[in-house]
Every structure is written in structure tokens, then in C-alpha cells.
Design a protein around this ligand. Structure first.
Ligand code: GLU
Length: 328
């Protein structure tokens, strides 16, 4: 009698299998708010580890990390890089760029073309065009927020163009270009939510990404907040959609991208931080900082920055003009 199923069990199983194969309504195995759904891999509540930004601030960090290293003159012609790091990249034939592929509007993979696109990706194309005369000589390296500094320190990438806030703590480990965009931290909630302020979220779960300045800000905001840290922004959006988080909090541009993807969520409340974005560059490579700053100046001068902003961000965020570069 081993391996024999009772007849009743066989009938029940047959009914179940035929229901699975039918075109009728699918049973939801874990309806929201009844059974806890599995969380995205790596999601953690109130983790203690932060952003790789625990190093002490450098002794000199003008303008709170917004002031970069001044370019020394006009850009060399593409394909004629001077000796040093720029020549090394030219000879390699590809720019290694740390980016995101999950942040709609900044760095995301267009499902129709398979290509990476967005406001940050446009900056990568501009740097490649200035080095090689070809905007596509790029090797993309997708990075989580928490991996950006390490990727620069180990030389895995030449630049990080990934919604990267320039601040003094990070300047201790890496260099930043001039600021090319200024975001600010806000909240994203379900359309039906009445929350408009962090103060209303005590005891509730707010999702953000490990290794981001947003995580640090939330961790310090209110001890009653349950900060849920994930490895990607898509994981936060899924957790909000599934009712596993009550809000997402990070830079408004990133949240605007989520709102553009999902009509059931909304941005609420005011900005409660300033997040000036710079391009991350290894600490030793000052020649690259000067070069990238010349590329940014050119992009602002010839209207490429504005066209890129108008394409990606203006429909969600409204009018803006490029930030004025600050140098030390
Ligand atoms: N701009 C913030 C940061 O650099 C949050 C966004 C992110 O981590 O991608 O930490």
C-alpha cells in the first residue's frame, strides 16, 4: 500500500489542478494584509549597518561637499587624452561606469530596447563622447547604493553616475564632480493614504535603500519609525504595493520615477533634505575630476543638460535650470 493515495485525496488534487489550468479567477496565495508575503531578498528592518559613509569628514570640505576641483582649460579633442588616467581609459577603449538599472528616469533598462536610459545615463554618454568621440563606448556596472564607494576605491569603475549625493563624509573616501542636479528627500505613499509627514509614521514601516543618505536621515529621524532597508528601489516599490511598507522615503526625483510607473502611489509633503548629485570619481584621480567638470560645463553651455532634463525629469518634476558649478 506504500505510495498509494486515498481516493478522496486524488479527487481533491484533480480538482485543484484543473482549477489551476482553467482561465477563471486565480486564487491569490497570500492576500495583502492577511498573510505576510515573503520579503525581497536582503530586506531588513532597522538594520544597524549604514552607508559605507562612516569615515570622518575630511579636514577641508568647502560648501558642504558641493565644491569640486576646478577644470584647467578647454577639453582636449576626443581621442587625444593627455597622459594620466584619461589616457589609460582612452587606451582601454571603454569607460567603466557604475550606474543603476532600477531607477526609472535616472538609470533604468528600457524593456523595449534592452538599453540603459535616463538622466544619469545621459551624463555617462557625454563623458564617453568627450573621451572617445563615441557616446557608446561604455561598460556599465550596475551598483546598489551601498556598493558605490567601494567600486570606486577598488577601481572596479572609473565613474559612478547614480543619484549620488556629494557630502563631506563621502569626500573622505572619493572625489566628486561639480553638482549636476539637486534633489531632496520626500515621502511616497499609497494614493489612499492620508500621511503627509514623517511624524505621522511613528511605529510604521518606511522603506529606503541600504547605503543611501536617505537611510541615515530616516535612522536619525524618529526612534519609533521602522526603517526597512532594501537593496534596490524596485524592492521598496514592491513592498509598498504589497502593503509590507507604509511609505518609501528617498530623493524626490527617484520617487517621481516610481509615481510615473505606478498610478496608485503619490509623492507627499515637503523636502526635508538637500541631495546635491555629483559624479563619483576615485580619490587619486584628480585629472578625471577636472575632465568630467569640463564635460559638465560643456553640457550646460551647449544645452545638452537642459534637453536631457526636459526629456527625463521635467514632465514629473517641472521646470529647472542647471546648477551653477562651485569650485574650491
Ligand atoms: N542621493 C542619495 C544617496 O546618494 C539617495 C539615493 C541613492 O542612494 O541612490 O545616498
Amino acid at each position: 500500500m506504500r505510495n498509494r493515495m486515498p481516493m478522496a485525496a486524488v479527487i481533491v488534487m484533480a480538482l485543484f489542478l484543473s482549477a489551476c489550468g482553467s482561465t477563471g479567477t486565480l486564487a491569490d496565495p497570500a492576500p495583502v494584509n492577511t498573510v505576510e508575503r515573503p520579503r525581497p531578498v536582503g530586506a531588513a528592518e532597522n538594520p544597524t549597518a549604514t552607508s559605507g559613509s562612516a569615515a570622518p569628514a575630511p579636514p577641508s570640505c568647502p560648501a558642504d561637499g558641493r565644491a569640486s576641483i576646478r577644470p584647467t582649460g578647454p577639453l582636449p579633442p576626443p581621442g587625444q587624452m593627455p597622459d594620466g588616467n584619461m589616457r589609460t581609459i582612452q587606451q582601454r577603449g571603454l569607460l567603466k561606469a557604475g550606474v543603476d538599472q532600477n531607477t526609472f528616469l535616472f538609470g533604468f533598462r528600457n524593456p523595449n530596447t534592452g538599453q540603459l536610459e535616463g538622466f544619469d545615463i545621459d551624463r555617462v554618454h557625454e563623458i564617453a563622447a568627450a573621451i572617445f568621440g563615441d557616446p557608446n563606448k561604455i561598460q556599465y556596472v550596475p551598483l546598489a547604493s551601498a556598493d558605490r564607494i567601494e567600486a570606486l576605491k577598488t577601481g572596479k569603475v572609473d565613474v559612478v553616475v547614480r543619484t549620488f549625493t556629494a557630502n563631506c563624509t563621502r569626500w573622505a573616501d572619493i572625489n566628486f564632480s561639480a553638482i549636476y542636479y539637486v534633489a531632496g528627500q520626500r515621502l511616497l505613499v499609497d494614493k489612499s493614504s492620508t500621511v503627509t509627514d514623517l511624524k505621522q509614521l511613528g511605529g510604521k514601516r518606511v522603506c529606503t535603500q541600504t547605503g543611501s543618505t536617505s537611510f541615515n536621515t530616516l535612522s536619525k529621524a524618529d526612534p519609533k519609525l521602522v526603517v526597512v532597508a532594501t537593496k534596490t528601489w524596485s524592492d521598496c516599490l514592491i513592498m509598498l504595493q504589497q502593503g509590507q511598507a507604509d511609505a518609501i522615503s528617498t530623493d524626490d526625483g527617484i520617487l517621481a520615477g516610481m509615481a510615473a510607473q505606478d498610478p496608485n502611489v503619490k509623492l507627499v509633503g515637503n523636502r526635508f533634505t538637500q541631495e546635491p548629485y555629483g559624479i563619483g570619481i576615485p580619490k587619486r584621480n584628480e585629472d578625471m575630476v577636472r575632465f568630467v567638470n569640463s564635460v559638465l560645463e560643456k553640457s550646460i553651455r551647449d544645452g545638452a543638460w537642459q534637453a536631457s532634463y526636459n526629456r527625463w525629469l521635467r514632465p514629473s518634476i517641472g521646470d529647472a535650470s542647471p546648477p551653477v558649478p562651485e569650485y574650491r
